[in-house]
Ligand binder design. Structure first.
Ligand SMILES: Cc1cc2nc3c(=O)[nH]c(=O)nc-3n(C[C@H](O)[C@H](O)[C@H](O)COP(=O)(O)OP(=O)(O)OC[C@H]3O[C@@H](n4cnc5c(N)ncnc54)[C@H](O)[C@@H]3O)c2cc1C
Length: 206
């Protein structure tokens, strides 16, 4: 049973719900923005299901540019954003508040590049952990970090939580297998960290 109260939502944000949703709809395709309460209910918790709270809205972008557009709107309107992979966090990491917008990665589910010679694969952030192995196992490869939730959990969540499993005793956790990311900052700016090789130029921020 939940014993810690959820944070009180910001009434000023709740009062601007219509404006926030219309602003998101003005920069994103209609089917990317979910705001009907019967649909946002599906995002009211993660695997810490003792705590539940429907968000103000949910956006499910298909491209980095759509992620950027959504974050830019939320930043300008002062709306909190809760990123969500597959929602298997056991610690409430993707648990929304009533005044927040959930940014879900479930439609960012494409494999972008496979380079077997260099042991490199680029995927969008909503690809599930097991799908990464699925994309290369026919060629005798596998993606080593293997949380028990690997059938469901997304690479985005794995990176945020630095997840691992039994294989990590030999191959390291997520950070030891991650070469680079395309990152969208809270204000919508798109940046790249690392790259397709070890020891890319710039600071090692991964
Ligand atoms: C049955 C079960 C078994 C598990 N076994 C393991 C295990 O063996 N090892 C292990 O390490 N964990 C395990 N976990 C925990 C969980 O699966 C991992 O933490 C996993 O990496 C979470 O991935 P997710 O896609 O579900 O992320 P979510 O739960 O959706 O999110 C997790 C965190 O990542 C953040 N996040 C998600 N996407 C993004 C993004 N695009 N940008 C920025 N932040 C983002 C969220 O805001 C949240 O804080 C288990 C969970 C369950 C339910």
């Amino acid at each position: 049973m939940a014993t810690i109260p959820m944070p009180a939502p910001n009434q000023n944000i709740l009062d601007r719900r219509t404006k926030i949703i219309s602003s998101l709809l003005s920069v994103l395709p209609l089917d990317v923005v979910i705001y009907d309460v019967s649909e946002t209910l599906a995002y009211d918790c993660d695997a810490l299901s003792a705590y539940r709270c429907s968000p103000l809205a949910v956006v499910l972008p298909r491209t980095t540019e759509e992620v950027s557009a959504a974050l830019k709107v939320c930043h300008e309107l002062g709306v909190p954003v809760v990123a969500r992979g597959a929602g298997t966090s056991l610690a409430g990491g993707s648990l929304p508040t009533a005044d927040s917008v959930v940014l879900g990665t479930s439609r960012l589910n494409r494999t972008l590049e496979i380079d077997l010679e260099n042991r490199f694969i680029a995927v969008q952030s909503g690809v599930t952990n097991l799908s990464v192995t699925g994309a290369v196992e026919g060629d005798g490869f596998f993606y080593a970090p293997d949380p028990s939730s690997q059938l469901a959990c997304a690479i985005a969540g794995n990176i945020a939580m630095n997840s691992g499993g039994a294989h990590c005793l030999k191959y390291g956790v997520t950070t030891n297998n991650l070469l680079g990311v395309t990152l969208v900052l809270a204000d919508g700016e798109i940046i790249k960290l690392g790259g397709a090789h070890m020891d890319s130029s710039g600071y090692d921020l991964l």
